[in-house]
Write a protein that binds this ligand. Structure first.
Ligand code: SF4
Length: 353
């Protein structure tokens, strides 16, 4: 069962409470380059990104938030390190939420300054505790267990929360990320016993698209499956669009969101009578822009193919050099291998009209 959390709002997107788990990403452009940043956010926006975070490295970047916001439709989170001044400037420039690690801002007084600016602007603050930054405070812990590091992360997060609460600020989202998946899982699981603030869940610096996808699917997926997580970010060293694709993939697998096409493809074996992988890749590419929930199956033979294809909204089950096209469980056509993708897409696209 999903953990009951108090809702927080970033712009028009609710995080926590009964809101669906939202998918976010971070721009990889220089925030000072307004045109490039807007272009990247627009691409992410059309792929389904619901919240965007931008790194704010200096005053120019903080001020540019105003211009960036004018060109996008989704809430913008300013990512701040080390400087209360930048956080306050970002808030004044219209950031919908800010992300800080209070431990690196400097002094309590400076953190109080950020709290009071966020309070006046009525925006939430994400308190981000990263295992990496923790090491600076308590010595290197490369060899300690996930449980020990997680315990320290939770202790630190609890002390930040209490400080915010003493300053009458409860518009909080929390994250406790580590690049080690087990530490991340352990930290969020322990933290859930301490508070009801919503969680931003992710495995930080997860890795390349393939390695990071595995870590994130296991880490974020495990947490979501135990009911923890209100908004997610998949961190990948790759195109930001991949983060959105993987994010929704995780949510769809757990039946937490049903946006977009659920593509089922058989792995093929000696029974496969067509060249299935190019067909599947082309279908995947062509359906990637579809946001309505659909199940599409691409199967390699007539043994298991028809069963799976007939359970999907659309499907193809191939024989030698050909395939049967299924729609809502019924065969509607026999199609030559070279025309399979085109005929399948014609049927899927009819839904749009
Ligand atoms: S659907 Fe057919 S080709 Fe694909 S893996 Fe199963 S048996 Fe093999």
């Amino acid at each position: 069962m999903r953990r009951v959390t108090r809702p927080v709002k970033a712009g028009n997107i609710a995080i926590g409470g009964r809101a669906p788990v939202s998918v976010q990403s971070m721009t990889k452009t220089d925030t000072r380059d307004v045109a490039a940043t807007i272009a990247q956010i627009k691409e992410l926006q059309s792929a389904g990104c619901e919240i965007i975070r931008c790194a704010v490295l200096d005053e120019e970047a903080a001020r540019k938030i105003k211009l960036i916001k004018a060109g996008i439709k989704i809430p913008l989170v300013a990512d701040i390190h080390f400087s209360s001044k930048l956080a306050i400037l970002a808030i004044e420039a219209g950031a919908d939420k800010i992300r800080i690690n209070p431990g690196n801002i400097g002094s309590d007084l400076k953190v109080k300054g950020i709290i009071s600016a966020a309070k006046s602007a009525r925006i939430p603050i994400r308190i981000g505790v990263n295992a990496g930054s923790l090491e600076k405070y308590s010595g290197r812990q490369r060899h300690e267990s996930a449980a020990v590091t997680a315990k320290k992360m939770v202790k630190r997060a609890v002390s930040f929360i209490r400080f915010f609460e003493r300053n009458k600020f409860e518009d909080i989202v929390l994250s406790l990320k580590a690049s080690d998946t087990l530490t991340t899982i352990e930290a969020y699981t322990r933290m859930a016993k301490e508070c009801d603030y919503p969680f931003h869940v992710g495995v930080t610096e997860a890795g390349t698209v393939s390695g990071g996808t595995i870590k994130s699917a296991v880490g974020i997926g495990t947490l979501l499956h135990s009911g923890l997580g209100d908004t997610i970010r998949v961190s990948l060293a790759g195109e930001p669009l991949e983060e959105i694709r993987v994010g929704y993939g995780i949510l769809k697998t757990l039946k937490l969101r049903d946006k977009g096409v659920d593509l089922i493809v058989c792995p093929t074996c000696g029974r496969c009578g067509v060249s299935l992988f190019p067909i599947a890749e082309e279908v995947e590419r062509l359906v990637s822009g579809i946001s309505r929930p659909l199940k599409v199956a691409v199967m390699g033979c007539v043994v298991n193919g028809p069963g799976e294809a007939s359970e999907a909204d659309f499907g193809i089950a191939c024989g030698k050099g050909m395939g049967m096209l299924f729609k809502n469980g019924k065969v509607i056509k026999r199609v030559k291998e070279e025309n399979l993708v085109e005929e399948l897409m014609k049927e899927i696209n009819k839904l749009k009209s």
